[in-house]
Design a protein around this ligand. Sequence first.
Ligand SMILES: NC(=O)c1ccc[n+]([C@@H]2O[C@H](COP(=O)([O-])OP(=O)(O)OC[C@H]3O[C@@H](n4cnc5c(N)ncnc54)[C@H](O)[C@@H]3O)[C@@H](O)[C@H]2O)c1
Ligand SMILES: [Zn+2]
Ligand SMILES: [Zn+2]
Length: 368
Amino acid sequence: MKALVKERAEAGLWLVDVPEPVPGPGEVLIRVLRTGICGTDLHIRKFDDWAQHTLKLPLIVGHEFSGEVVEVTPGVEDISVGDLVSGEGHLVCGKCRNCMAGRRHLCRNTVGLGVHRDGAFAEYVTLPASNVWVHRTPVDPDVAAVFDPFGNAVHTALSFPLVGEDVLISGAGPIGLMAAAVATHVGARNVVITDVSPERLDLAAKLGVSLALNVGQTSIADGMRRLGMREGFDVGLEMSGNPQAMRDMIASMTHGGRIAMLGLPAEEFAIDWATVVTSMITIKGVYGREMYETWYNMSVLLEKGLDLSPVITDRFSYHDFDAAFDTAASGRTGKVILDWSGGARPERARHEPTKAEAAATIDTSGGT
Ligand SMILES: NC(=O)c1ccc[n+]([C@@H]2O[C@H](COP(=O)([O-])OP(=O)(O)OC[C@H]3O[C@@H](n4cnc5c(N)ncnc54)[C@H](O)[C@@H]3O)[C@@H](O)[C@H]2O)c1
Ligand SMILES: [Zn+2]
Ligand SMILES: [Zn+2]
């Protein structure tokens, strides 16, 4: 099969032929339909410091995907051949204190798909059945492919109650955009999103936020005045990883405000701790998705009309992966998708549409 592989310890990725993976006990084999390009994949292609210290080569990259189940091993229940699925890319140990207590997202021995083991930028991928999310209601395979970052957005956005609250989101990258859509959908009052990229702020405006603010030109205080806000934001969602964005957020919170921080800063930085204390601000770090409460939330949000289609802006065949990665690295777009569906086995291609393909057909009204 074809796969995107980090073969050598230098910048780049290589589309090469590798053996099809064989599912082990308790695993399923999935034919990949679509994949999403994540910042992590950009780091791996670039082979920056983090990548050099983290990866063991060769490695099939990628962790955001949707696909169709083509084989289940004996003992796997509730997953059938033909199901449209997404994958939880954090493989947990099942043995540590948190895993044993059912708090799998807090596992301290997490193995990352496409980082610590072979990933999903390939025609086929295997996954433990416990990491497979079956789409039981129709969903566009493009949207199913971004359930991993959508899960980051939902996990962060639903960290604190949002109904009727004023919400500040820093960073209108793909995840900040999805969080803005969620916050608006679940009934926040004002949703203000900040960035320094005009293209991304335009995308945010299409999602119906109260204000898409270019902090390169306007201050958050100015934005608050325009909305008639007098006391500060109730909830902050930090989704840029930028130190100044975090400092500005802390300065813009109401007393007792709560911040969920997903953005990963490149290095440590100082904040005004005195304000955190005297404004009595709660800061919560967020990593990954809750297994599987976040996944349930995501499916239900889509079922109840949340529209993520404006967030997916660019689509490429996997053959054009370099152009797709360049587009994602430009920092001007929403989510960039690679299409792997040309990779069907010839004998499967002659079959009637599978369950997953039929589900995809039903959902074309979604407009993605
Ligand atoms: N904790 C986790 O589990 C997890 C998972 C995925 C991604 N992340 C992190 O979450 C963040 C968002 O992910 P993404 O893929 O959307 O990233 P992204 O890099 O595409 O988006 C970040 C955005 O922040 C903007 N930005 C830069 N400076 C800013 C400032 N001062 N104020 C406001 N915005 C500013 C950038 O222009 C960019 O559009 C990143 O930091 C990423 O590393 C964390
Ligand atoms: Zn990702
Ligand atoms: Zn564990």
